[in-house]
Every structure is written in C-alpha cells, then in structure tokens.
Design a binder for this molecule. Structure first.
Ligand code: NAP
Length: 248
C-alpha cells in the first residue's frame, strides 16, 4: 500500500508533535510546519518519515508553499491537520487590536487558506481535513478573559460543518477534534507563569470526569483515528476529546 502523506501545522510542539509521531509510527509520511526550526527538527528526530517546513501560516501564499512542499517531498496529500493555534488572555475592556487580529489570523484565516491550497491534492487521494478546535467552544458557557480564542474555535467548528457539506462531492471528509485541557505547556506560551499553569491544570483535573487533564498523545490518537480511511462514513463531526469535561 502507498504510504499516506499528512500535513500538520504547528507540528513542532504539543499535540502537533504527538500527532506527527503517531502518524509516522504507523508508516505514514508527515510534513510538520511551524515557525521554529529547532522545534520541528526535534519532532522529526529519529523519525525517517517526518520532514519539516519553516513557515508562518498567516503569510499570504503560505498555504500554497506548504502544499507544494508536501507534494515535492512525498508526491501526494492525504490528510491536512489544521493544528496550529494561539491565544491571548484579555477581557473585552482590554482587547488589543493586534493580538486579536493575530489570533483570528492563526486560528481561523490560516486554516481556511491552507485547506484551500490543499483541495486538489486532497481530492486526488479522497483525503481528510482535521481541524483542531477546542472542547471549550462546544457548550453555551462563556469563558471570561478569553473571548477571542473561544470565538475562533467555535467558528473553526462551523468551518468543519460547512466544508464537510461543500467538499463531500469531491470525496474529501472534514472533521474537528476538540481537545479539552491538554498538558502541552500552552498556558505558559499564552502568558501564564509556570505556577499559574500548574494551578490551572490541577483545578481543572478535579472537574474532569475521567480525573486528569489530557496528554498530547490522548488527542493524537483521536486525530489519527478520525483521519483513518476506514472511518470513511464520518464527516462534519466535532469530536470532544476532553475526559467528559464539556458535559459537566
Ligand atoms: N493544550 C490545550 O489545553 C488545548 C486545548 C484545546 C485546544 N487546543 C488546541 O490544540 C492545538 C495545539 O495546541 P498545543 O497545546 O499543542 O499548543 P502549542 O504547543 O502552543 O502548539 C501550537 C503550535 O502552533 C505553531 N504556530 C503558532 N503560530 C503559528 C504560525 N503563525 N505559523 C505556523 N505555526 C504556528 C507553534 O509553533 P511556532 O510558534 O514555532 O510557529 C506551535 O508549534 C491548538 O490549536 C490549540 O488551540 C489546545
């Protein structure tokens, strides 16, 4: 069987890295994309099937650059994982325009244009787009100080549902994986101190029915499972991988 080719944005850290290694471990070939070469290299270390591309997915034309790199390296694209994401905490009264636009650019606009660039290649393989959103965007509760991030993730789920219908005639499936709290160090990257982040994870763990926050590998398993060709009858679904937290 020809190995599949998977593009993963934000593949240098966290959920993206665990997902890249899981796909590679099952024999697929992977292109990981991010802005930090050293992080991408670390993901690829020891995995022959993983290639790296340093790119900022918010740049105009980045989608085409990413897809071209995958086609040049591997000749096909079977799966696009729109995983790169970012967040900045601020209440409405203190929203900063540049930070707001950046979150929308990374979490929402970039996934659309990377996906757009990949459409022909995905159609050729009967491929799958997996959008990584967030379980916090599923319910009707509000999340103080984080409105922009959650709004982008709720909108990403609407992309999933809409693209699923649009792209079904082209044989392309689209799903969202909506992780709950996952210990990837993301808290520190969005402005929390190490202490605040550990406190936040500990508090959350007490509320999670399965009794712990997720590990990146817990989410990676679901991303690879939903992208499996044998799952061919699922499209448009938003799958919470949150230990049951969104039900509480
Ligand atoms: N961790 C959680 O608790 C959690 C919960 C729910 C949902 N999620 C979502 O899951 C996804 C992965 O999260 P994570 O925790 O693994 O986060 P992470 O480790 O911070 O990963 C985000 C990745 O995105 C890349 N990235 C950011 N901006 C980029 C840009 N402009 N161009 C290219 N790459 C860019 C980053 O690499 P560079 O900075 O090197 O570019 C980084 O590798 C995100 O969409 C996040 O919102 C996470």
């Amino acid at each position: 069987m020809t190995p599949r080719t998977v593009i993963i944005t934000g593949g240098g850290t966290g959920i993206g890295r665990a997902t890249a290694r899981r796909f590679a471990g099952q024999g697929d070939r992977v292109l990981v994309v991010g802005r930090t070469a050293a992080a991408l290299d670390e993901t690829a270390e020891g995995h022959d099937g993983i290639r790296t591309l340093v790119a900022d997915i918010t740049e105009p034309g980045a989608g085409e650059t990413v897809v071209e790199a995958a086609l040049q390296a591997f000749g096909r694209v079977d799966v696009l994982v729109n995983n790169a994401g970012t967040g900045t905490f601020a209440p409405l009264a203190k929203l900063d325009r540049a930070a707001t636009e950046h979150q929308v650019a990374v979490n929402l606009i970039a996934p659309a244009f990377v996906a757009q660039a990949a459409l022909d290649a995905l159609e050729a393989t009967g491929g799958t787009i997996v959008n990584v959103s967030s379980a916090g965007s599923l319910g009707i509760q509000g999340f103080p100080d984080n409105s922009v991030y959650w709004a982008t993730k709720a909108a990403l789920n609407h992309f999933t549902r809409t693209w699923a219908v649009e792209l079904a005639p082209r044989g392309i499936r689209v799903v969202s994986v909506a992780p709950g709290v996952t210990d990837t160090g993301i808290g520190e990257r969005v402005g929390m101190s190490a202490e605040e982040y550990q406190g936040f994870l500990g508090q959350l763990a007490e509320r999670i029915p399965l009794g712990r926050v997720a590990r990146p590998e817990d989410v990676a398993w679901w991303i690879t499972a939903l992208a499996d060709p044998e799952g061919r009858y699922l499209t448009g679904a938003v799958v919470p991988v949150d230990g049951g937290l969104s039900l509480t």
